[in-house]
Design a protein around this ligand. Structure first.
Ligand code: NAI
Ligand code: AKG
Length: 536
């Protein structure tokens, strides 16, 4: 018989309805919830019960108690902890993939890829912790002889903010959930994490939560470094953001959810940052040269991106902009043909399916919108892809046409000329991405749009589509409001760690009292009197 996967002697592939408060595994007592298989409508065992206010309080108390000891650990211990989480997630094996498939309707290959991304992300942050550059060390040595006033010795490093609340996202049950990017970057920064699980993938959350809890235990860390809570309503999530021991929030979901949490965070006696990734329609701009040279190929790439994950990507190409031409008509016809044969795809939850249907119906019945194509009919919670078109004039006249329809729906906006296209771009709210499809002949026209795009988006990409974010050092997965709550940050890539740090300056502090990384013997890269000095 195959052995059950274990960590530190305990089985980690167990699904029995438990949440985790520090080292305790327990069933909640507040309300009841079950995951639903959106492909079949079947409710899945086991029953999950929400946390009580007392359990929330306990998780926050433990997180606060863990904060100072955890942030003071040797970097190597923290790095190994992140790597242990990654290994434990892999060790769960197929049980994790099968449960995630049952809870989300996402296919195996996508979830295996997402698991790789999650594990890679944790390992990358382990390297960031070892490297130490995230500390942003700066030293301005004293100038006692300086006239007219001496300069004190100034040394800066970044320290973690404190315990972080993380809200798992429905659409990435691994890479943006319990041990996803928010958790990985907060733990790397030295912040304990309290996760509020997403009700769409309760069992997946439990499995990953167990893997993180086991890593805390076998790494010998304070138990409050990680807790995972279930909530059958909104009370625990809201209480978590309001708790004075929580110092920052990571969130991916709807604009309504994100802004509700922002309000709670702002109304606290001590307001805290909420890093919420909310909605985005990700304009794609097709230039004449590119349409003439390879319109068909672009149409194929566009439809592939639009259909990915049933369109449930915040980077999905929801808006296509181009100047009227025969080549644009050919592009639209080609994209419409490709979309027509696409199957309907199971969406993550009944609620997300319902919201998609309502969004598509609003487009379909809009007097200024033409339906170009719909995909094959579906059943149950399957979303039928849709491609629509309108004029720039109509788009500019009705702000509702610029709202995200979360799923495989996209709107082509036909513009009369460059000026009208620029007006459409100017009218948009903040976005995560914009894509330009160009040839060299389009460079001059494209250059003119770059300033407006820089003001509007976090990532400008050329001859591609924004879906499938690379986890890397130079990635920005963020953008001006409302694509995110705070456009100065990214939720993917190593710069995500900055969200959970703040600078502290030590003035004239004796060497013996300085944190080791700011002593003269520091092994890390630093800015010494304005010049970069490489560490050992
Ligand atoms: N842009 C994006 O990346 C995403 C957008 N969405 C949008 O959100 C819609 C609903 O999807 P969900 O994933 O369920 O997102 P959601 O925003 O409704 O929920 C996300 C999390 O926030 C919590 N939450 C929501 N509103 C709250 C409130 N007022 N107080 C306290 N907690 C609250 C939920 O319990 C859940 O844990 C989708 O139809 C889609 O339009 C969803 C996922 C990703
Ligand atoms: O496109 C991706 O890989 C990530 C998308 C994302 O962040 C989201 O849909 O929430």
């Amino acid at each position: 018989m195959p052995q059950a996967p274990t960590s530190g002697g305990k089985e980690i592939d167990v699904i029995n309805g438990e949440m985790f408060i520090g080292s305790r595994s327990l069933s909640g007592t507040s309300g009841e919830a079950r995951a639903v298989n959106p492909a079949t409508g079947e409710t899945l065992d086991p029953v999950y019960r929400g946390a009580t206010r007392a359990e929330l309080d306990e998780a926050c108390r433990l997180a606060w108690e863990a904060f100072d000891p955890y942030r003071s650990l040797e970097p190597e211990t923290r790095a190994r902890f992140l790597e242990t989480i990654a290994q434990n997630i892999l060790d769960i094996g197929d049980a994790l993939i099968e449960r995630a498939m049952a809870e989300t309707g996402l296919p195996r290959a996508r979830l295996e890829g997402e698991r790789g991304r999650t594990v890679g992300q944790l390992r990358l942050f382990a390297q960031v912790v070892r490297d130490g550059r995230y500390l942003d060390l700066r030293i301005d040595p004293a100038m006692p002889e300086r006239q007219p006033l001496p300069r004190p010795d100034l040394r800066l490093r970044k320290i973690p903010l404190g315990p972080v609340a993380v809200f798992g996202a429905s659409n990435f049950p691994l890479a943006f959930s319990v041990a996803g990017g928010d958790t990985a970057s907060a733990l790397a920064a030295g912040c304990p994490v309290v996760v509020k699980a997403h009700s769409a993938h309760l069992g997946t959350s439990e499995l990953v939560g167990r893997a993180v809890q086991a890593a805390v235990r076998t790494s010998g860390l304070p138990e409050g470094v990680f807790s995972l809570l279930f909530d059958t309503g909104r009370d625990i999530g809201q209480g978590l953001v309001a708790d004075p021991r929580i110092k920052a929030v990571g969130f991916t979901g709807s604009r309504g959810g994100g802004t509700a949490l922002m309000k709670i965070a702002q109304a606290r006696p001590e307001p805290i940052p909420v890093y919420a990734e909310m909605s985005s329609i990700n304009p794609v701009i097709l230039f004449p040269g590119a349409l003439a040279e390879r319109g068909e190929k672009i149409a194929h790439g566009f439809i592939t991106s639009l259909l990915m994950g049933a369109g449930q990507f915040c980077t999905s190409p929801g808006l296509i902009l181009a100047i009227e031409s025969d080549k644009l008509d050919e592009f639209i016809a080609g994209a419409g043909n490709a979309l027509q044969s696409a199957s309907a795809a199971t969406m993550l939850t009944p609620g997300i399916h319902q919201a998609y249907e309502a969004g598509v119906e609003a487009l379909r019945s809009h007097t200024a919108v033409q339906t170009i194509a719909r995909g094959q009919a579906g059943q149950g919670y399957q979303g039928v892809p849709g491609l629509f078109s309108t004029t720039a004039e109509a788009f500019l006249a009705d702000r509702k046409l610029a709202e995200e329809v979360f799923g495989s729906a996209s709107l082509v906006v036909r513009c009369r000329d460059e000026a009208e296209l620029a007006s459409v771009l100017d009218s948009l709210e903040g976005q995560l991405t914009a894509a330009l499809h160009i040839t060299e002949a389009d460079h001059e026209d494209a250059r003119k749009l770059i300033p407006v795009l820089e003001r509007k988006v976090g990532r400008i990409l050329v001859n591609g589509f924004g879906t499938g974010v690379e986890v890397a050092h130079a990635m920005v997965h963020g953008g001006p409001y409302p694509s995110t709550a705070d456009g100065r940050s990214t939720s993917v890539g190593t710069m995500a760690i900055d969200r959970f740090l703040r600078p502290v300056c030590y003035q004239d502090m004796p060497e013996a009292l300085l944190p080791p990384e700011l002593r003269d013997s520091s092994p890390y890269d630093r800015l010494l009197d304005g010049k970069t000095v490489l560490g050992a």
